[in-house]
Design a protein around this ligand. Structure first.
Ligand code: SIN
Length: 347
């Protein structure tokens, strides 16, 4: 009710004063900014075009919002790292604390967009809209999907209806929340899905339409704060498989991992040698989080693994890459595994 009232008042005042919302685009690269030698070629380089060029592909968007662009980096998202995460989170906090910025769009490669989006979902202290956009086809290819995704991202970031929704991800018309979305296909434009709970809405004819939202804590209600951080704890992911070589776990611990997310088989189950290595890691203070390599469903406590006895944490319905983000941020607050388990049931 409060949100509807706020959205209506904001819209009435914008219309009454003839103002358009102000949207800032933070560009980081990806295929949306990629270029190829031939329109039909699948060979291309990500992160080539500057934000100014991307904006020329969405004529008419100025009817919906005043748009300004900032180039943060211009990289393929396989090269995304902690420094860029921290820079983007801090820049969002700075911009959104200003009265004259109504929303932010972040252009990003599809490969790791889900992790960056979830990181911001937990670290940006604002109710204003933040929307991630990307493309599966580069800017010079036939039927490039970047311009429509960028247009949808801008109108979604400009809409008061997108407030309090947490960080959003737009792709192929659908709007997802950052927590639930994942990339599911290597090359197809319909790659983004939220396998457990579905999209939250759809962008249509210059307007976002929402149907539901997450109950998990995010953005303005998150207790994670990166304002004074210049680095993040080392957390690694280990993928489980039959007959696995568990020495990778010992090596990660030697190299200083403070947390290991184990993408186990089925309900986060673990090959015996790996289980032994994880127990040893836990005894050295490393936090172990069990998740699943299946791609959907919840990893549940104390099913075939005795988490209470081993002091292991379960990731609930988060996939390994999201669990890694939450564990990194959790470790900035506490080393206590039961506290960390609570975070996994809250965020
Ligand atoms: C990347 O993630 O930067 C490359 C792939 C893409 O954007 O679709």
């Amino acid at each position: 009710m409060k949100k509807v009232l706020f959205a209506s008042l904001m819209l009435i005042s914008l219309v009454a004063f003839g103002q358009k919302p102000n949207v800032v685009i933070l560009a980081t690269g990806g295929t949306i900014a990629g270029k190829s030698d031939a329109a039909t070629s699948t060979k291309y380089t990500a992160g080539q075009l500057p934000i100014e060029d991307l904006l020329t592909a969405v004529p008419g968007v100025e009817d919906f919002a005043n748009v300004k662009g900032e180039q943060v980096v211009n990289i393929g998202s396989q090269a995304m790292n902690n420094d860029v995460w921290l820079t983007v989170a801090k820049r969002c906090n700075e911009l959104l604390s200003k009265g004259d910025v109504d929303g932010i769009v972040i252009t990003h490669g599809t490969d790791t967009k889900e992790a960056t989006a979830y990181f911001l979902n937990l670290t940006v202290k604002s109710s204003k809209p933040i929307v991630f956009v990307s493309a599966m086809r580069n800017s010079t290819s036939i039927s490039a999907d970047g311009p429509k995704n960028l247009f949808d991202g801008i109108i979604t970031a400009a809409s008061p209806d997108s407030r309090d929704m947490g960080v959003l991800v737009i792709s192929n018309d659908y709007i997802y929340n950052a927590r639930d979305v994942t990339k599911s296909n290597t090359t197809n434009v319909a790659t983004f899905v939220a396998p457990n709970w579905g999209p939250v809405g759809i962008a249509y004819n210059g307007k976002p339409y929402y149907y539901h939202t997450t109950l998990r804590k995010h953005t303005a209600n998150s207790e994670f704060d990166v304002a004074s951080l210049s680095e993040l704890p080392k957390v690694d992911i280990v993928y489980g498989y039959s007959n696995m070589d568990a020495s990778i776990i010992d090596n990660l611990v030697k190299k200083g991992s403070r947390g290991i997310v184990f993408a186990g088989v089925g309900n986060g189950n673990i090959y015996p040698e790996a289980l032994e290595a994880l127990q040893k890691a836990r005894k050295k203070g490393v936090i172990v989080v069990r998740t699943s390599r299946t791609g959907s469903g919840r990893t549940t406590l104390d099913a075939e693994v005795n988490d209470a006895e081993l002091e292991f944490v379960v990731a609930d319905d988060l996939n390994a890459q999201k669990a890694r983000v939450l564990l990194m941020l959790s470790l900035t607050k506490t080393q206590n595994w039961t506290e960390i388990q609570k975070f996994f049931f809250t965020y």
